[in-house]
Write a new protein. Sequence first.
Length: 251
Amino acid sequence: MAVAQNIRCSHCGAPVEFKPGELIATCKYCGFTTVVETGAPFNFEHSVLPNKYDLTQVDELIKNWMRSGFMKPSDLAKKSKVLEKNLVYLPFWVVSVEAKTSYKGIFERIAPPIVKEGEIQKEYNWLVLAREAAGFPTREYDVPLEGKVPFDFRKIEGFAKVLNSEIERDEALELAKQQIEAHHRYLLKKDLDKIVEMKNDFNVKQAVYLHAPVWFVRYDYRGRSYQLLLDGATGETIKGEIPQKGFGIFS
């Protein structure tokens, strides 16, 4: 940490704040992004999704969520109490990639078994959370890329928390490839009982470093605590715990 603590922003000269494990840090004074390990300026696109909801407006989003859906208790909005509502800008890598999987497998659900061959070819804006252990449901978060703008720290609310990246670009690319391969394997399992061969080719077009606003809400209902995650860019629910017979389930 002694060397890292000496890193200063190569744009404005201010000290760059970060925690152990963070690899890409953003200057809170000018918004410039730096690779912590080298102190070098960050050369890739750095974008942010603006948050569209203030503390009062988020209360309305919470109440609307509590009132909707047949699985929720009828008195949820009336009897619950918001304990916390924190706006956090989470770091993501958005990997734009064309993925092609050539496969050969066996369909054994009929007799005699059938050998199948083919390709899966898809284009993705694959989202990789740039934190090692956050428990965030990335696959359920549909990031609204059309709303992104160049990162500007002056547009970040003073009460919000901005997390730095713990994952570099190359690691994010590798994670995206691994996750897409697993996704294609899952897709193949619908038509194949046994995969004999599987070859993957990836054409990575770009990797965008992006901060996205997420409201982490904690609320109490009849003495128990539950979590709700809201997309600050769209107001949509990312994940919500619903009280039901003494335990929480996710919607």
